[in-house]
Design a protein around this ligand. Sequence first.
Ligand code: TNX
Length: 512
Amino acid sequence: MVAVGAFTTGATTVTKPDPTPLGRVVPAPASVRPGGSPYRITEATVIRVDDTPKAHRIGEYLADILRPSTGYRLPLVNRGGSGIQLRLAKGSFGAEGYRLDSGPRGVVITAGEYAGLFHGVQTLRQLLPAAVEKKSVQHGPWQIAGGTIEDSPRYAYRGAMLDVSRHFFTVAQVKRYIDQLALYKINELHLHLSDDQGWRIAIDSWPRLATYGGSTEVGGGTGGHYTKDDYREIVRYAASRFLEVVPEIDMPGHTNAALASYADLNCDGVAPPLYTGTDVGFSSLCVGKDLTYRFVDDVIGELAALTPGRYLHIGGDEAQSTSHEDYVKFMDRVQPIVTKHGKTVIAWHQITGAHPVKGALAQYWGLDDTDAAEKAQVAEAAKNGTGLILSPADRAYLDMKYTEDTPLGQDWAGLVEVKRSYDWDPGNYLAGVPSSAIRGVEAPLWTETLETGANIDYMAFPRLPGLAELGWSPASTHDWDTYKVRLAAQAPRWDALGIDYYRSPQVPWPAR
Ligand code: TNX
């Protein structure tokens, strides 16, 4: 609800909506000091940026949001002064932190790095009325509450995963998701590029992976794959929103699409048919064959060359059709291939049952009640230097149903309502793990049951912003009762952006 202050001018009473309170932002900023008069964007406002191409790009990004709805020109200029100013400065901001100062003369966002300016822009955006997101001219006033926000993330890794294998999603659909992630300061986009049901990235040295292995999806649709140029475009677009792309090739299980494409990859030399069901755990690369490692080297080499980011995810989950001995052998041979191509290994947490290489990260996807021995193995690896990304399936999985009645999604990990997905602390979730081992959180979105952009919206919203907050905000801000109010205030913005979402009864949504 927007508070309304009434005042009288002569004969008429004018109602003037109060600006959004300074702290009403998701993720919660680290420090908020409201005070002083608001700034009001008018037709005279300019956007002041440093004279560098990167600063201009962030300024243009902001202007592209503000111009259609305000109808103002909002030119970019390179001088200091009143208005909206984005500026780099020395200070203790860290790689992604920023300060936002708002007062009657203007709003200044200051950061040590461009990423901080970009995150500060997302805060500014959320402080403006939701109508600012619309693409046609709307009524203001366009006010930003007075005061100062000082903000920086709790964790460096704040991810979202999209499974483009079970159902294929176009470059345009991925870009739309990237834009949604950026609004909540998520900075890692993990793409699950291969699985039993489809291989989604062109590999020149093994062309049938994409052309044949990518030719279907769950349910038997025509699937699809990204050309190398498509993938470069996703990487470029993600980078423009300060997200790093983390590509995943899931191995040695989840490989039916590859095994179907090349008979020689199978131990018995016989290619299985393409698969369009939703079972897991039935496929495995042939661990004893040398060809397997030539294949892995070629695929990882091409993917690493395409990927400017630091990481390459090699899956390693649900290898039920691979013996433990073979699994360990495979991971011992494959991790150095990733390292050789200049990337840091990420794998699902089963890697901790093998020998994670130095610097590797393990992604935990167990449940609250995963057995103690499995958790202890993860904790042991963490004590020995393996970093952890937390994606507990009964908290962070965006494909879990909210309730029994949710028309989409799965329930193998349980039902995950909005409060449950938000109400845990990555800092103490796994016993015995040193806090320095926790690199962050990630919200995976598996797509066995999801086919459209609207399906993605509905499962991601409103849970995604909560996971983003767990990754960004200090533990001291964590409080469901105040969070749910900030979350509810996001809904008009989603409406303006055309984002479909689940209207959970746990959240005090404004009337539509
Ligand atoms: C488990 S999570 C899987 C995926 C499924 C997902 C469905 C993980 C590492 N493996 O293969 O898509 O459950 O929720």
